[in-house]
Write a protein that binds this ligand. Structure first.
Ligand code: BEZ
Ligand code: FE
Length: 315
């Protein structure tokens, strides 16, 4: 009984009132307050989020100190994010959320061969347009030469001409150009256009695996969980053509020691590339290549659908 109103606690939490008297009343009261949002999708998403978040607090018997630590963690993710670094994407990646959302929204149960993979935090819009066969090595970059041939088709194996194929990768020391003052702007990035046969090709260097940035809250989390911070070596591809669903994917270096322990859970078995080591006995693909070099062939299948570009995680 409330001394001032004379009402029983349960009578106070009547429909339309936000007055709450016990933990078990919180969820229905919050859900009711949010139920009038005009957008049905916003209603659905927020109701589910609140239900799961409240259940999470109940299930773990979350303490006030732990709640505080969680809020501090989220705030630090925001503060660590700027034009050249996206800690929010990194957090989503490191807990498998990006891969989950990617696989829920892409692929059609194996009917086509190409799967998608997470975008990651390092895609930049406006990478330099480069003619087919050109190089994405834009400043002195040590490492084994790599020649890539890619073909893009529709699900019926018909070639897709005019597909913009955006490529980005880390250097053989494991850094993207935006993380490394020794690399030229846009080094190891390029945008190609497929020819009438759906083909494009380019020259690069074999990428290396690399650690994701660990100087922020996500790094602390990985250390607290006893996890390593490495991604296996890979190339990123974003294929864009009006009328076709944008394909964002990665191709992984098959002999990388961390292929089976990607810190951001991006590897699916059919994204493991066939990187072929070519011997000095084979005709070099360019006059300046001597010794060993690598080749990679990739086949990408795009499905009809909406062509849209993601928001670039960094500028
Ligand atoms: C990347 O592949 O570029 C990447 C993905 C997730 C976290 C960090 C980097
Ligand atoms: Fe990457």
């Amino acid at each position: 009984m409330n001394a001032r109103t004379g009402l029983e606690p349960t009578a106070m939490s009547v429909a339309g009132s936000n007055v709450i008297d016990s933990a078990d009343q919180v969820t229905p009261v919050v859900l009711a307050a949010m139920s009038r949002a005009p957008s049905p999708r916003l209603r659905e998403i927020m109701a589910s989020l609140v239900r799961h978040a409240h259940d999470f607090a109940r299930e773990t018997r979350l303490t006030e100190e732990e709640w505080e630590a969680g809020i501090t963690f989220l705030n630090r993710i925001g503060k660590a994010t700027h034009d050249r670094h996206n800690e929010g994407v990194l957090f989503s990646d490191a807990v498998g959320f990006s891969t989950l959302v990617c696989l829920l929204n892409n692929g059609n149960a194996g009917a086509t061969e190409t799967a998608s993979a997470l975008l990651g935090p390092f895609w930049r819009a406006n990478s330099p347009r480069t003619p087919n066969g050109g190089s994405i090595v834009r400043s002195e970059t040590q490492g084994p030469v790599l020649f890539v041939e890619a073909r893009v088709t529709d699900p019926g194996r018909r070639p897709l001409a005019g597909v913009e194929v955006d490529v980005w990768q880390s250097s053989p020391v494991g850094l993207y150009e935006n993380q490394d003052s020794d690399q030229a702007d846009m080094n190891l990035r390029g945008k190609f256009t497929t020819d009438e046969d759906g083909r494009t090709s380019f020259r690069s260097v074999k990428p290396a695996g690399y650690p994701v940035p660990t100087d922020g809250p996500v790094g602390e989390l990985l250390r607290a969980q006893g996890r390593h911070e490495f991604r296996p070596a890979h190339l990123h591809f974003l294929c864009f053509k009006p009328g076709m669903k944008t394909l964002i994917t990665q191709v992984f270096v098959d002999d990388d020691e961390r292929l089976h322990s990607d810190v951001v859970f991006g590897v699916t078995s059919h994204l493991i590339g066939d990187f072929r080591l070519r011997g000095p006995a084979e005709p070099p693909p360019a006059p300046d290549v001597s010794g060993k070099w690598y080749s990679l062939r990739c086949d990408f299948v795009m499905e009809p659908g909406e062509a849209k570009l993601p928001v670039p995680p960094i500028a």
